[in-house]
Design a binder for this molecule. Structure first.
Ligand code: CTP
Length: 417
């Protein structure tokens, strides 16, 4: 029989799908692993099944091969193309799941035995390991089994508690393998949280208020503190993105992010324009959180003197950074704009959304209490291209960032516009 991979329905463009090794040990719950495999494949995971020889007494390897991303393996010694499969499978895995994990498998893993492909792969991986035990209640409650489970948990292995319900042979009790949907949701949390929904993405963010010099001493600026832009950068990093932060202010970044975020210091609208346009081609998402001056002046080389009287400042328009970013947008790129309004917020925001051509407009009513400039909290409305509004109620700027970036991740996974 020739093996054909099943289609990959929801793999995101520009990023390889997370790789799961699905280990199956010899228990009756092995049939439920087929359903788990199908759920994982539907969600876009790359799944490589490994069956122990005993598992094949319950479910055939062909069943797994037909649904998986690569043929199911059962043999420690591989074939001509992959002579030592346990190392390649172990090293490339983002997560190793064993479902069901029998008492025998758990004991062999706790002892560090490598006498079949699954146990050898468990020893050859640095990826997180999730065991889903399934056995009769008496076996699960044996001190030997409980001690092996405790040993593995102490070493950082995730061991799911078995469910209570009908067991093989008409018995009932604790020891049932949790339902494939529950295991699937746990895997989603481990893997997507572990890699993050913005994994493999480059997010370019601007922050702070621009500073337009009048003379060597004075500037025209605005009340933007940069805190929302910094929070966006930190949260984007935690969600797995590579982050570039173009900023007019120098705020402290959280310790877990400070070494990873690429910070570009700018002052004026012209500098911010140049810095953003220079980096946009490489970005999957651009977020214009900065408050950019709409007008600037020709700065005097020397300090303006009071005794020379009230100076005449001739304002000239700055470039529209967002407009130029949108004009240069590449396919699939997501562009997010901000709108700070003080009156007639909804109508102003809708007009701005239509004028700017962004994928998402984050609207602030900066006249409201605890909102916008200089506050630690914010309340925003997210307006999408279809003019659908979602209000994100008052919360920390980090929590606001999470709401914005969750929408960004979803737009990116849909291929944006
Ligand atoms: N923006 C920009 N370049 C400018 C001015 C603003 O890229 N020269 C961006 C801001 O970063 C923000 C969005 O445009 O993401 C909206 O900024 P805002 O000041 O609210 O809108 P304006 O277009 O300047 O309109 P107005 O000030 O008249 O409300």
């Amino acid at each position: 029989m020739t093996w054909t991979p099943s289609p990959m329905p929801s793999a995101t463009p520009n990023s390889s799908p997370p790789r799961i090794v699905l280990g199956v040990a010899g228990g009756i719950a092995a049939y439920k692993s087929v359903e788990l495999l199908r759920r994982l494949r539907d969600a876009g995971y790359h799944v490589a099944p490994i069956l122990t020889p005993d598992a094949t007494r319950f479910v055939g390897a062909v069943t797994f091969s037909a649904l998986a991303s690569e043929p199911a393996r059962t043999d420690l010694f591989g074939d001509a193309t992959t002579p030592i499969p346990h190392t390649s499978l172990g090293q490339s895995a983002d997560l190793v799941v064993v479902a069901p994990a029998t008492a025998h498998l758990i004991a062999r893993y706790a002892m560090g035995l490598a006498d079949d492909l699954l146990c050898a792969t468990l020893l050859a991986t640095r990826a997180p390991v999730l065991l889903c035990p399934a056995m009769h209640t008496e076996m699960w409650e044996q001190p030997s089994v409980q001690e092996n489970v405790a040993t593995l948990r102490r070493r950082g292995v995730l061991v799911l508690e078995p469910a209570t319900g009908p067991l093989a042979g008409g018995d009932a009790g604790t020891g049932r393998m949790p339902e494939p949907d529950d295991i699937f949701m746990l895997i989603e949390r481990i893997v997507r949280g572990y890699r993050g929904p913005l994994s493999g993405r480059h997010v370019l963010i601007s922050a702070g208020g621009t500073r337009e010099p009048i003379d060597p001493v004075r500037v025209i600026t605005n009340r933007s503190s940069g805190r929302q832009g910094y929070a966006l950068a930190e949260v984007a990093h935690r969600l797995g993105a590579r982050v570039t932060l173009v900023t007019t202010v120098d705020l402290p970044l959280a310790l877990d992010t400070v070494r990873s975020i690429d910070v570009v210091a700018v002052q004026t609208a012209a500098e911010l324009h140049a810095a953003m346009l220079q980096r946009t081609d490489d970005a999957d998402c651009v977020i214009m959180a900065a408050a950019v001056a709409d007008f600037t002046v020709e700065a005097s080389d020397e300090k303006l003197k009071r005794h020379l009287g009230v100076p005449q400042l001739d304002f000239v328009a700055t470039k529209d950074v967002l407009g130029d970013l949108v004009a240069r947008r590449h396919p699939g790129q997501v562009i997010v704009g901000f709108a700070a309004e003080t009156s007639d917020v909804v109508a102003q925001a809708l007009a701005k959304l239509r004028a700017k051509g962004v994928d998402l407009l984050v609207v602030n009513d900066v006249a409201a209490p605890h909102v916008g400039f200089e506050h630690a909290t914010n309340e925003v409305t997210l307006l999408d291209r279809h003019e659908v509004a979602e209000t994100v109620s008052l919360r920390s700027k980090a929590a606001i960032s999470l709401a914005i970036l969750t929408r960004v991740a979803s737009l990116l996974s849909q291929g944006a516009t």
